[in-house]
Ligand binder design. Structure first.
Ligand code: FCB
Length: 482
């Protein structure tokens, strides 16, 4: 995802401790991780893993698939840190039976994957590609045969390039194009797949893909960002409307990236910048979805795009919210940053980080869920992504030691239990990610998997973190170890 280190406009210079974050139930930046312990989660809690199509499937020119914006972007020299592409990635398109068998062996109960729009509707609109849907049909059947509940996400950033050429997320018609695609997918698979997420992290797609330009389609600037963000919100609503009632028992939702936002210092300019960043990252999706309005800070900026009825469309009720949680952000005033003069600032001294420089705070996950409880009506929530990037050693005697990732996951699972104890409607947890994969602008060099992938041989080796999760999942369900 974000090459946050590259985006930090100030060095890790001395930063005073921030004021309270812009979250309903705040911690201070100095608050420790939640105490050590074994996660305690209810028996009905769903344990799963997440992936996305472009990051794992490969087979980009097979079965009638046509290019997406990520094919074009990753093939553009200089765009991906290590020069890799998603052409092969984890070759999951061919290896899915083995991957599903592995998930079953690990004891997963849920699997969140995304459908590639350019596999299902290669030109973005018009004819449905039966072969593309056949692939997902086979995947779903093999998951169900192993007792794994599929959760499908309709859009994880891989827009058909043909639609980009018609303006992509800048073209208001995309809300209708998306609805047609969503209908085709849910019509075919919704007899067996019940939870459906419309979009993955629309604010991240808008900010990085259409504002900073370090993700596909590589567009930059404030106006570009605003247009993309509004049309993403709109598509989430038209998508829900298009698929409602297509099959009995569907559970419809969407997936947002949420994080606590802290000002990088007590300077009023930084505090104001943090408020703007909170609006861009969090409430730009939450407020229209749950309250039918844009955050006050940006209401004026979005007003020219909002047509009568749009906010009602976006507010269509959802059955669940997926939350992707990685950690908090520290924000400073930056006059030239397109995000309303807000940019990433220095972290407080001694803040633990992962390899990407992302701050670690399991407590932040409790805070995010408490905000949903207190401000947004406590919707049923799944943590649909949570995980950590570290440099992993090569396997030794078939074992990949990843203690830092294992500890990250443990601490966040303790936080999940804590959030439930505090009354949050958290129903499940999907680790990011099942497999090491193509990590967007970072390419294959940055690994989030609990299962190691040797990209040359395509060999999979569960890391210790996978074995840790597996033991918890099996204990939770009272399943016998294989
Ligand atoms: C999230 C993305 C996911 C992955 C993780 C690390 O923002 O949804 O695809 O890249 O970050």
């Amino acid at each position: 995802m974000l090459r946050r280190r590259d985006l930090l406009l100030s060095a890790l210079a001395a930063a005073s401790l921030p004021a309270l974050p812009l979250m309903a139930r705040a911690q201070t930046a100095a608050a420790p991780l939640l105490p050590a312990g074994t996660p305690r989660l209810p028996a009905e809690f769903v344990w799963g893993a997440s992936t996305s199509a472009y990051q794992i499937e490969g087979a980009v020119a097979e079965g009638g698939r046509k290019p997406s914006i990520w094919d074009v972007f990753s093939h553009t020299p200089g765009r991906i840190a290590d020069g890799t592409t998603g052409d092969v990635a984890c070759d999951h398109y061919h290896r899915y039976p083995d991957d599903v068998a592995l998930m079953g062996d690990l004891g997963l109960q849920g699997y969140r994957f995304s459908l590639a729009w350019p596999r299902v509707m290669p030109d973005g609109t018009g004819p449905v590609n039966a072969a593309g849907l056949d692939f997902y049909d086979r995947l779903v059947d093999s998951l169900l045969a192993r007792g794994i509940q599929p959760m499908a996400c309709l859009y994880h950033w891989d827009l058909p390039q043909a639609l980009q050429e018609r303006g992509g997320w800048h073209n208001r018609d995309i809300a209708l194009w998306f609805a047609d695609y969503a209908r085709a997918a849910v019509q075919r698979l919704g007899d067996r797949v019940k939870p459906w997420a419309m979009l993955n992290e629309p604010s991240v797609h808008a900010i990085f893909g259409h504002g900073f330009g370090n993700h596909a389609p590589g567009l930059t600037g404030w106006d570009s960002y605003v247009k993309a963000q509004h049309h993403l919100n709109l598509a989430q609503g038209t998508g829900i409307a298009a698929v409602t009632g297509l099959h009995p028992g569907l559970k419809l939702g969407t997936v947002l990236s949420l994080q606590p936002i802290f000002p990088a210092s007590q300077d009023p300019a930084d505090i104001a910048a943090a408020a703007r960043f909170d609006a861009c990252w969090n409430t730009i999706n939450l407020d229209p979805l749950f309250h039918g309005r844009y955050p006050e800070l940006f209401a004026e900026a979005f007003a020219p795009l909002v047509k009568p009825g749009d906010l009602e469309t976006i507010r269509a009720p959802i059955d669940f919210l997926g939350v992707n949680y990685y950690g908090p952000s520290y924000i400073k005033h930056e006059p030239n940053a397109f995000l309303g003069q807000a940019s990433w600032g220095a972290l407080p001294p001694d803040t633990p980080t992962t390899l990407l420089g992302w701050p670690i705070s399991a407590q932040g996950m409790v805070d995010v869920l408490a905000r949903l409880r207190d401000t947004y009506g406590n919707p049923p929530v799944f943590i649909t992504e949570n995980g950590a990037c570290y440099e992993d050693p090569a396997p030794v005697d078939g074992v990949v030691a990843d203690p830092a990732r294992t500890e990250y996951l443990r601490a966040h699972l303790v936080a999940a239990g804590e959030a439930i104890a505090q009354g949050c409607a958290l129903k499940g947890y999907y680790v990011w990610s099942l497999l090491d994969n193509f990590e967007w602008a970072e390419g294959e060099r940055r690994r989030f998997g609990v299962v190691r992938v040797d990209f040359a041989s395509q060999q999979r080796t569960p890391k210790q973190s996978a074995l840790y999760l597996s033991s918890l999942m099996k204990a939770q369900r009272g399943r016998a170890a294989p």
